[in-house]
Write a protein that binds this ligand. Structure first.
Ligand code: PAF
Length: 287
């Protein structure tokens, strides 16, 4: 795997792929990779000739009191995993390369970035939008692959790409789960044994809520109550939100008549956990 550190190098490398007619699939990550990330890499291989992975713990998407400093990092391990997945290029820039000065541009998503995760993490999506816009400009991939786990992020990135005519296909790949249902996440390493055993309640609540929709429940409030009740049954989890929202507008529908996203966030000690299931009434719940 070829490791590229600078903006100049990444642009040079892109010109070289283009001269060889290689379609690039980019998987943006913050590193400390797990199977979920590797499944995105595999999806990128299906859609492109060369697979590029960016590894950058983006400071602009962390709030002042969040876990930027302690966010897990292990570049050597990540590179070994990516080597095993036949990754062509890893773009792992230092912070000064991405932000030589504070950005004078702000990416905002009116009505979409101050709800759900955006309400709990003010400014988070401005940072995500900024870094993803930069990564897409630098790597100019034909396809960019993101995980369904960060559902709101995927909705906002799609919107940015469509509204600003970025020439890239956004692909969203399903969430990978541990055998007990816990969604894979780099932050799962923070969990104590007790928190880890409580954490699958999020997915249990989501599947219970999705099953209710599949059985004909059309009232979002009742779906949300089932989810909230399941999470509340674990004393170690502190629910932040349990919502059933429209899959594009992220607003709560009057009644469930089209595709919705059932989303949940909870704290287990100092760790935030998020998860979701997209559901279409009439279908069985799917991940
Ligand atoms: O999903 C993530 O890991 C990050 O939010 C992303 C998309 C790499 C931007 O920093």
């Amino acid at each position: 795997v070829e490791v590229v550190r600078s903006v100049d190098e990444v642009r040079r490398r892109r010109r070289s792929s283009r001269s060889r007619d290689q379609r690039v699939g980019l998987v943006p990550t913050m590193g400390f990779l797990h199977e979920g990330h590797l499944s995105l890499v595999r999806r990128a291989h299906e859609l492109a000739d060369e697979v590029w992975v960016s590894i950058f713990v983006n400071p602009t998407q962390f709030g002042l009191h969040e876990d930027l400093e302690r966010y897990p990092r292990d570049l050597d391990r990540d590179l070994a995993l990516l080597e095993g997945e036949r990754t062509d290029v890893v773009f792992a820039p230092p912070v000064e390369e991405m932000y030589p000065r504070p950005a004078g541009v702000r990416v905002s998503f009116p009505g979409l970035d101050d709800v759900l995760e955006g309400a709990c993490r003010p400014g988070h999506f401005a940072g995500v939008g900024l870094v993803v816009a930069k990564l897409l400009h630098l790597a100019e991939p034909e396809v960019a692959v993101f995980g369904q786990k960060d559902a709101q992020q995927a909705v906002l990135i799609r919107r940015m790409v469509e509204d600003l005519d970025f020439p890239v296909r956004v692909e969203v790949a399903p969430t990978l789960r541990e055998p007990d249902g816990l969604a894979m996440s780099s932050r799962n390493v923070y969990l104590s044994a007790e928190e880890r055993s409580a954490a699958p309640a999020l997915y249990r609540g989501l599947t219970r809520a999705a099953a209710a929709v599949a059985d004909g429940e059309r009232d979002p409030a009742r779906v949300e109550a089932l989810l909230a009740e399941t999470v509340a049954s674990e004393a170690r989890l502190e629910l932040e939100y349990a919502r059933c929202v429209d899959r594009e507008t992220l607003a709560t529908p009057g009644e469930i008549s089209g595709p919705v996203l059932i989303v949940v966030a909870a704290r287990a000690g100092r760790t935030r956990l998020i998860d979701n299931i997209p559901v279409t009434p009439g279908d069985a719940g799917r991940r």
